[in-house]
Structures are given as structure tokens and as C-alpha cells.
Design a binder for this molecule. Structure first.
Ligand SMILES: *Cc1c(COP(=O)(O)O)cnc(C)c1O
Length: 398
């Protein structure tokens, strides 16, 4: 049997994403094995007894752990520079287990107002049902963060850049304030992806992903993950993971594992195209405003350059004429499909006010930077010239 060689240290992330975390079975396969199994067998009753006593040393049940899921978790942890990773069935399962693992009745959570719709629901509707106090602040206003952290706090939760407004939060500054208040900082890093932004290196305690987005990146499967260097965090979430069952399916973990092999190539190519598309849109007379962290016109461009390797794969455009114009533009696109998903190899366009953020009040939407004329564009792997031509012909019909 070919033995797995230990990888040398200091490998480039692109190398780690191809080889990292691989555990070969006895068949010496090249591609990672897909272990579609819910359970595991033991040679003797004594072995089974021992497996339950020495908890975690061998696989006992796939609600707890599965070898394909472990390979995915180990590979993603290498990319993030984290000592641990817990996979989850979806991005929301990951957000839920982080938030519920770190809070109990009487806890206090300070969160950004500009969050993915379901994250906002979790924080403002669900956690308070269990006696958790939650406070919302504008992500780009450090005075509001500082005020909110005047009281002892358990969790700070934020997203940067935000969905869909592409507002940034100053990670090192917020982490410093949060830590002084006793809070663990949880960053939803789905928009930037682990290729372009490393929150753990800027003071975050936990990074959470919807791996449905860039990490699968090909529109195939739901998944999520939380990563941290803090053993206390994994202790805090372990009972929640085991007893509520938000487990990632081995099949989806296998897809995501293969997604990691091409993640760096895809995200870099998509971000380069996003900059080209945003540059074209910026000078278009029919647009009131274009938000893209990689453009010098973005109000937080300097912060984007300090925190992110590139401006990301998402562009927000604001049409003067509200919903009617936004719908006309979406309906006139020939190459870019209308879809609320993002981070896909296919470019996707959506109208957040009537889809992802429909549930919010007008005031909440405005606070999150979503106007009736806002369109969110997720830039994919097509030639940037074809995307620009598609947007150009569609804008002529607006
Ligand atoms: C998609 C998304 C989520 C939720 O992830 P699912 O995989 O859809 O459950 C959370 N946060 C952000 C920023 C997202 O884009």
C-alpha cells in the first residue's frame, strides 16, 4: 500500500489546496475517497467499548464525524490558517452553531446591522427568544461599536464586505474594542472568501462560511464551516453539533474538497473580472452609484486595500429609477442569469430589495445600503468583455 507522505511545512496555499488534508484508504486512490456511510463497525465488542471511551480517536457515527468531511475540514483549516474547522450542512447551520454555541440566557451580542438576511433574523428574532440581548450597529461607524462595547459582551458578529451594500468593517479596530469588552469576534467571511481575506490574522476569533458560495463555487451543493484557533470555541460548540445534528453530508463535503483545489484560481479570476466590470459601470451615465471595494471611489477603498488582497467578486450598482428600472435591467440581460446565489462560476444578478432582503422594513433596508434601485452582481468566470457587453446592451434598454 502506498503510504501518505507527510507534507513539508511552509507550502504555498495553492499547493495545500491540492494535497492538504488527504487521507488515502487502503486502495491508494488519487482522488479523495467519498465515504457515504452513516456508521462504522468494530471487530469486537471490546473495540466498540474502547471507541466510545476514547471519544474522538476513531469514527463512530457520521453525525459526529466522517472521513470525507474530515478531509474537507482539514484542507479548509490549512487555507484559513486555523487549528480547527467544523463543517456544517449549510452556511446558516454554521452561523447558528457559532451563535448558539457561544451564547446562553443573559448573554449579550453586538452585531453589524448590514448582515445576510437570515443572519439578521437569527440575531434579532431568534436569540432574544432564549434571553440573549442583541444590539445592532452600523458596521463602518467605530463610535457606535465603541458605545455598544461599554457593557460586557459575549459575541461580536459581523460581515465584511457586507451583503449586498459592500460596506466594510474595520476588523482590527473592532476586534480590539470587542476583546476589551470580553467578546469573541465572529466574522462571516463568505463574501471575501478565504483567498482574499484572513479575519483570524486581523483579530477575529471565529471565521464562519457559507461554503455554498465560492468554496463549492459551481452551484452544486449546500455547506458551511466555522474555523478558529481557540480550543475553547470548539468545546463550546461540540455539544450543539453532536446533539442538534447540523452535520455536513459526506457527498457535499467531497464536492467542496474538490472545489478547494480550484478556489484560488477561480476567486482571483473572478475578482479581476469584477474590477473590469465595476470600472466599466462606474462611468455609465445611467447609474447613480457603483460600489466595489477595489475602486478608488469606494468610500473605504484604503481599508479594503489593507484588509483584502483584491476587491472581491461582488459589485453593487444603484439605478436612479428604483425597482422599475432595476427589473428592466435584469430582464434585459442575455448572458447573466437572475439568481440570488453568489460566488458561482456563472455570473448572477439579483434585486436584493425584493428577494434576499424582502423581509426587512424600508428603514432596515436603507440602513443596510439597499435601495429600490440596487442590483447585486456576482461576477463569475465568463470573459469580462462578454459580461460588459451584456450589461451594456441591457443598460441601453433601461
Ligand atoms: C449565503 C450566505 C449565508 C448563508 O449560507 P447558506 O449556505 O445559504 O445557508 C450567510 N452569510 C452570507 C454572507 C451569505 O452570502
Amino acid at each position: 500500500m502506498a503510504r501518505d507522505k507527510k507534507l513539508p511545512g511552509n507550502l504555498d496555499p495553492r499547493t495545500l489546496m491540492v494535497h492538504g488534508g488527504t487521507q488515502r484508504s487502503g486502495f491508494d486512490e488519487t482522488s479523495e475517497a467519498l465515504f457515504m456511510t452513516s456508521g462504522y463497525v468494530y471487530g469486537t465488542a471490546e473495540e466498540a467499548e474502547e471507541a466510545f471511551k476514547t471519544d474522538g480517536l476513531r469514527y463512530v457515527y457520521s453525525r459526529y464525524r466522517n472521513p470525507t468531511v474530515s478531509m474537507f475540514e482539514d484542507r479548509l483549516a490549512l487555507l484559513e490558517g486555523a487549528s480547527g474547522c467544523q463543517g456544517a450542512a449549510s452556511g446558516m447551520a454554521a452561523m447558528t452553531l457559532a451563535l448558539f454555541g457561544l451564547t446562553r440566557a443573559g448573554s449579550r451580542v453586538v452585531a453589524s446591522r448590514a448582515l445576510f438576511g437570515s443572519c439578521l433574523y437569527l440575531i434579532t428574532d431568534m436569540l432574544p427568544r432564549y434571553g440573549v440581548e442583541t444590539v445592532l450597529v452600523d458596521p463602518d461607524d467605530l463610535n457606535q461599536w465603541a458605545d455598544a462595547f461599554k457593557k460586557p459582551t459575549d459575541v461580536a458578529f459581523l460581515e465584511t464586505p457586507s451583503n449586498p451594500g459592500l460596506v466594510l468593517a474595520d476588523l482590527p479596530a473592532i476586534a480590539k474594542l470587542a476583546h476589551a469588552a470580553g467578546a469573541k469576534v465572529v466574522v462571516d467571511n463568505a463574501f471575501a472568501s478565504p483567498v482574499l481575506q484572513k479575519p483570524l490574522s486581523m483579530g477575529a476569533d471565529v471565521v464562519a462560511y457559507s461554503t455554498t458560495k465560492h468554496i463549492d463555487g459551481q452551484g452544486r451543493a449546500m455547506g458551511g464551516a466555522v474555523l478558529s484557533n481557540d480550543p475553547e470555541f470548539f468545546k463550546a460548540i461540540q455539544p450543539f453539533v453532536r446533539h442538534t445534528g447540523p452535520s455536513l453530508s459526506p457527498f457535499n463535503a467531497w464536492l467542496m474538497l474538490k472545489g478547494l483545489e480550484t478556489l484560488d484560481l477561480r476567486v482571483n479570476a473572478m475578482a479581476d473580472s469584477a474590477l473590469e466590470v465595476a470600472t466599466y459601470l462606474e462611468s455609465h451615465p445611467k447609474l447613480r452609484k457603483v460600489m466595489y471595494p477595489g475602486l478608488a471611489s469606494h468610500p473605504q477603498h484604503a481599508l479594503a486595500k489593507a484588509q483584502m488582497k483584491k476587491g472581491g467578486t461582488m459589485v453593487a450598482l444603484h439605478l436612479e429609477g428604483g425597482k422599475e428600472e432595476a427589473f428592466r435591467l435584469l430582464n434585459a440581460l442575455n448572458v447573466i442569469p437572475i439568481s440570488n446565489n453568489l460566488g458561482d462560476s456563472k455570473s448572477l444578478a439579483t434585486h436584493p430589495a425584493t428577494t434576499t432582503h424582502q423581509r426587512l422594513s424600508d428603514e432596515e433596508r436603507a440602513a443596510a445600503g439597499i435601495h429600490p434601485g440596487t442590483i447585486r452582481l456576482s461576477v463569475g468566470l465568463e470573459a469580462a468583455s462578454d459580461l460588459i457587453a451584456d450589461l451594456d446592451q441591457a443598460l441601453k434598454k433601461v
